[in-house]
Design a protein around this ligand. Structure first.
Ligand SMILES: Cc1cc2nc3c(=O)[nH]c(=O)nc-3n(C[C@H](O)[C@H](O)[C@H](O)COP(=O)(O)OP(=O)(O)OC[C@H]3O[C@@H](n4cnc5c(N)ncnc54)[C@H](O)[C@@H]3O)c2cc1C
Length: 483
């Protein structure tokens, strides 16, 4: 039995499960109050969770969270990054001044699309995405269209010439650009395909540049370290929680490494993918026990089952030198020609690869990142490095007409297969009342004996770092007001 939580006097023992940003935010807040003694139990060997940076060739590479979504006073993460001197460029806070015209596009046969054409369509797509923001807008569109995909197809067709998606009447790159945009939106919304994503989600975008990247030595890993440094030595890594038993008070937390902890309050921040696997009866194998003893109430289980959890894959390619090409590589959209989509080599050897659509250089390095969605994620997570290298070499050789340097390594974190995550982030599925389910998910149990934080527990900012951070603060405050 570990006794690292004080068991004497009036001090309340708080166990936080998970050292992602939600758990760290909660701990920072609670540690301000000396009525509490806090311990964070983290299953892996590091803090940060889905904020995961590794240095490759001296360049910080983000394997999880990549952007700060929203620059300015409203974004707590942007503010923290500014506080730690990680962001110097205030232009990002001013929509008029940040440069959005840095996209380039090339067809899979190497033909470049002019930047005017790229930006014309990209602006049209961006407006489509912006137009579903806001409660009134989204409910209007939701009454007209089943899901995001049917909205995009119908509204894009209306707003362009009327036959923009008809490849017989318009240059096929328009349809390819549309498909690329759908993939891009799928990743940012977090679904497997826009077909299944709902329109009337409760998510709210924050003002300012929506995709701020860290530069130079800075990264999400750097930010996490700064935040961890403000905490007392309270994070116990390599301590996976097997069960949280609330049959008695205090609760008893049993860990895989044999440690047990007693706690007056437990804040659970594990990813939704873990809750899905470890709390739903139908997903437990006969020799597995539920994360909670007794099992969670039925309505909480329904909420966990209903909220979508997205699978996204980010592949980092390491070349032996930079790609020199006439295209600006920040970022490059790969537009599939119909013939290439059915290329027999791709179809036979690596069918997942015809979902690739983006290549972006990481700082000034020889590292380039690409994203995959949908069923391609499982395939790429199962593929060998050799297969991934062969697939990218084959496709990029077409795109760059054979002028590509050698891919020497491939790096990725397999979020879908990692049992501490089982996926990437929350998604609002069509036909699901995500907001109501999130409200249900975050309701505390047993008079605040168990509280729930983490990105999946915020209606407005799910799937983001700032959202997750705010949930940690929310539950810490709930506890501090309660005790
Ligand atoms: C590929 C990818 C790209 C992303 N891109 C962005 C982006 O650009 N911008 C953005 O804002 N957000 C992005 N996100 C989402 C963002 O990373 C998350 O919303 C946020 O980091 C979640 O924080 P959290 O604290 O809720 O959960 P997590 O960070 O997942 O923390 C939960 C912790 O619980 C631990 N854990 C799990 N099970 C147990 C157990 N049984 N016992 C103990 N510990 C356990 C895990 O190891 C983990 O450390 C991205 C995520 C991914 C995966």
């Amino acid at each position: 039995m570990s006794t690292s939580c004080s068991e004497t006097g009036l001090t309340k023992r708080v166990i936080i499960v998970g050292a992602g940003i939600a758990g760290i935010a909660a701990a920072r807040e609670i540690c301000k109050d000396d009525r509490f003694n806090v311990v964070i139990l983290e299953a892996s060997n590091r803090a940060g969770g889905r904020m995961f940076t590794r240095k490759i060739d001296n360049t910080p590479v983000e394997f999880g969270a990549t952007f700060i979504h929203g620059a300015g006073e409203h974004n707590v993460i942007y503010q923290l990054a500014k506080h730690y001197g990680m962001i110097s460029d205030d232009r990002r806070e001013n929509p008029e001044m940040w440069d959005k015209s840095t996209l380039s596009a090339v067809l899979t046969n190497g033909e470049a699309i002019s930047s005017e054409v790229v930006m014309k369509y990209w602006n049209m797509f961006s407006n489509l995405a912006d137009d579903i923001e806001g409660t009134n807008n989204s409910s209007t569109w939701a009454s007209m269209y089943n899901d995001l995909y049917s909205y995009l197809v119908a509204e894009f067709t209306k707003r362009s010439s009327g036959d923009a998606l008809d490849v017989a009447k318009t240059p096929p790159y328009v349809k390819s650009m549309f498909d690329t945009f759908v993939n891009w939106l799928t990743i940012s919304e977090g679904g497997n395909h826009c077909r299944g994503i709902g329109i009337n989600g409760s998510y709210r975008s924050l003002p300012g540049d929506r995709e701020v990247r860290f530069e130079n030595i800075y990264s999400y890993g750097y930010l996490i370290q700064k935040l961890v440094d403000t905490l007392p030595d309270c994070i116990h890594c390599n301590t996976e929680v097997l069960s949280i038993n609330t049959e008695n008070n205090p609760a008893l937390i049993t860990c895989k490494n044999g440690c047990q902890y007693e706690a007056d309050h437990v804040i659970v921040t594990v990813p939704l993918g873990v809750l899905k696997k470890r709390c739903l009866d139908e997903n437990l194998s006969p020799n597995e026990q539920s994360l909670f003893i007794p099992a969670l109430p039925a309505e909480k289980q329904i909420a966990i089952r209903s909220i979508g959890f997205a699978q996204v894959g980010k592949v980092v390619l390491q070349f032996d030198q930079e790609i020199t090409s006439k295209y600006s590589l920040l970022p490059l959209m790969i537009l599939w020609r119909p013939d290439d989509k059915h290329d027999p080599v791709i179809n036979k050897k690596f069918p997942w690869a015809n979902e690739l659509f983006l290549l972006e250089r990481i700082q000034n390095s020889n590292l380039y990142e690409s994203w995959v969605t949908g069923s391609a994620v499982a395939c790429v997570e199962q593929a060998s490095k050799e297969e991934i290298i062969e697939a990218f070499t084959y496709i990029l050789s077409k795109v760059f007409k054979h002028h590509i340097p050698k891919i020497v390594d491939v790096h990725m974190h397999k979020w879908q297969s990692d049992p501490l995550f089982n996926g990437c982030y929350t998604v609002h599925l069509a036909d699901v009342n995500t907001s109501a389910n999130i409200t249900k998910l975050r309701e505390p149990l047993n008079n605040n004996q168990v509280l729930f934080a983490g990105e999946a527990t915020t209606e407005e900012y799910y799937s983001t770092v700032h959202g997750a951070y705010l949930t940690g603060i929310r539950e810490a405050k709930r506890l501090m007001e309660f005790v």
